[in-house]
Design a protein around this ligand. Structure first.
Ligand SMILES: *Cc1c(COP(=O)(O)O)cnc(C)c1O
Length: 382
């Protein structure tokens, strides 16, 4: 076993008690990740982006840690309200909103929104006494697997004209934001974006358009295979770039994956098996339409193991439960012989997994069991 799996988890006991398929969310891992990133980015207020795992277990843990939040939809507003999160700890970062979405967030008390174009700006004329805006700038990033700069963000050249337009309309723009893409391989794009924003903040100030905030978005990666990622080293160049941000600028970040990915473990069971074309096929009760959905939508291969199986390794296939042929988790994986009922465990399955799972073929989404592995041994708390 390696660091991709939470140590000391009694998979058999958990499934016996809570059923299969199961997702085990460890609050201790959420805390650990939040503290590690907070230490690596001193002076940067961390707003957990709810999208990768919008679950109360994560929200409660981060609330105890004093974190802030990044929401983007009405459902996420409702989750914040239900968790009793102070609305002034939230920013609404969806660049494209319906009027009703803006009102829903304002009614809750969240007043900071993101825009990136003139049509979106005009939606705030009616709310200019309450709303404050961040302008999202796009810095395309062909290197990342999920390039979010294509879909959202204005060009750097459009920033000053949009700021002038907002001022003319009496709408308060308080800062700039960007999102360089998810699971980035290194901090290069963050650094380039921060440097470009530093210039833009100075140009704006020179025109009397003072901005108080720079939001550096998410994208902080985790290691799905191999060695754990050194977030302190990853963030060193980001810290250096932020040292050149105009003095007094408030700094925010919107980490999602980094906080939630290592915090959840998938446990599924073999429903049946068959020999086909020289390989043993194992049909699990969770698959690509369920907890492993991120393999399609998020382009991630999760570390997998059969924790109790022993013996010679055979070329095997791990398939999901649905009747669709695309529902295959691993085409060629070496595994010991498994029996019906044996368990298969997936590690690092907290981000963009359960959140994007479907109930195709009426296979229910896996239940999330919230546990806290610290300080004592694994204890179910919900
Ligand atoms: C998805 C998203 C995030 C989180 O990105 P990660 O790569 O998971 O850290 C942050 N901000 C915005 C606006 C997003 O859409």
């Amino acid at each position: 076993m390696n660091s991709q799996f939470v140590a000391g988890m009694d998979y058999r006991g958990l499934v016996a008690k809570h059923g299969s398929p199961l997702l085990v969310l460890d609050k201790a891992a959420v805390r650990h990740q939040y503290r590690a990133l907070a230490a690596a980015l001193p002076g940067v207020r961390l707003h957990y982006a709810l999208k990768p795992l919008p679950h109360m277990g994560v929200v409660e843990t981060l609330k105890e840690e004093g974190a802030a939040f990044d929401l983007a939809t009405n459902g996420e507003v409702d989750l914040m309200r239900e968790a009793g999160i102070a609305p002034n700890e939230c920013i609404h970062t969806h660049p494209i909103k319906r009027d009703g979405d803006i009102r829903h967030a304002l009614e809750y008390g969240c007043q900071v929104f993101v825009f990136d174009n003139p049509v979106e700006l005009d939606k705030f004329v009616a709310y200019r006494d309450q709303a404050r805006l961040l302008l999202r700038v796009s810095f395309p990033n062909p290197e990342t697997k999920v390039d979010l700069s294509k879909k959202f963000g204005c060009t750097p050249e459009a920033v000053l004209p949009l700021l002038r337009d907002a001022k003319a309309k009496g709408i308060q723009v308080i800062g700039l934001s960007f999102h360089v893409g998810s699971q980035v391989p290194n901090a290069k794009r963050h650094v380039e974006a921060i440097e470009a924003c530093n210039d833009l903040l100075r140009q704006a100030a020179a025109e009397g358009l003072d901005l108080a905030v720079l939001d550096i978005g998410g994208g902080f990666p985790v290691a799905y295979q191999g060695e754990a990622l050194d977030i302190e080293a990853f963030c060193a160049p980001i810290r250096a770039a932020l040292a050149n941000t105009p003095a007094g600028t408030r700094l925010l970040a919107e980490p999602g994956r980094f906080i939630s990915a290592p915090a959840m473990t998938s446990i599924s069971s073999v429903m049946g098996k068959a020999e086909r074309f020289g390989r043993t096929w194992y049909y699990l009760d969770d698959g690509l339409y369920g907890s492993y959905s991120g393999q399609l939508f998020d382009h991630i291969t999760y570390p997998k193991m059969a924790p109790y199986a022993q013996g010679e390794l055979h070329p095997s296939v791990l398939a999901g439960p649905t009747c669709d042929s695309i529902d295959v988790i691993a085409e060629d994986i070496l595994l010991p012989e498994l029996a019906v009922g044996d368990l298969v465990v997936g590690g690092m399955m907290g981000a963009y997994t359960w959140a994007s799972a479907t109930e195709f073929n009426f296979f229910r989404k896996a239940n999330i069991l919230v546990v806290d592995s610290e300080p004592a041994a694994l204890q179910a708390v919900a």
